[in-house]
Write a new protein. Sequence first.
Length: 366
Amino acid sequence: MHNDLLYQIALTLVPNIGDVHAKALIEIYGDAQSIFKAKRKELDAIEGIGTVRAKSIKDFTDFSSSEEEIKFIEKYKITSLFITDENYPKRLLNCYDSPALLYYRGNADLNTSRIVSIVGTRNNSDYGKMVCEKFVEDLQSDNILVVSGLAFGIDTIAHKAALKNNLQTVAVLAHGLDRIYPQQNKTLAKQITEQGGLLTDFISNTNPDKQNFPKRNRIVAGICDAVVVIESSKKGGSLITAELGNGYNKDVFAIPGRITDSKSEGCNYLIQNNKAALINSADDFLQMMNWKATPKSSAKKQRELFIELSPDEKIVVDILQQQESIQIDELYFKSGLSSSSVATALLMLEMQNIVISLPGKVYKLV
């Protein structure tokens, strides 16, 4: 395990090798150590790697930094989550630029059935604070994990509201786990580790530099089922997160505000341009996500299908016969199929009137 982690951390430190390249190499070699042991000529021939990146891998010698990071991980009981690990956040697997390696300190299940990311301005109004607190409070009975970025403003309000209402909450950081930014949220961060967790893809001794925040936002957008924007100007991290969410095929929602209010410009822009669905409350959100509690039928209906199905379609139908409905990300996990194979199977099943799609990218048998 120690040896595996040594090479996993090292892979994230190699110059010119980003997450996309690292994951492509893992796809070929299976583990990080095999990448470093591969011959340069072999690496050179891989599409997208080429001479420069192959040289970077073979010239890399800074394994001492990996050793230091392992000591830090062990000392502070941090969990490392590599892309091939069972507990790696499954929703991130469908994001092309998701981190190859994550560092996590907490107790929340990052693969729980319902996750919402709440983002917004750092300079919230009283209206934004009230809306955010009420929104999170009304999620209370639905056992939803609340994700945000620990920034001032809406992020902080969302985390605090989750803690107050006994919901688990995860803060995604733009720096290593050896520091907290902003420092004023140090106590809040400690509370979050006890009722959720802190998550980052940055090693210790990494400062919260400006360029790290967009990288942080891709995790906020990718780890969830839906992104909710509460107050945002037309420029800033919240709109980046919403755009990323759309790119990752997540459901994106925005709460509108007054047209004269600069803090609502971003939300109104997203709604106007069909980049976010308009919601006024948590109840709207739960209904659109199909997360409202529904009475369970006393007996499962046995469905007989006389239509000849392809192997992929059969896998999807078998899963759907075991439960009333399923969210698309969960279907990816359980089927073991690629996202394109699942999409094709669902399309064919819908055309044959075997499956119907519901709001929130949820599917069920007819």
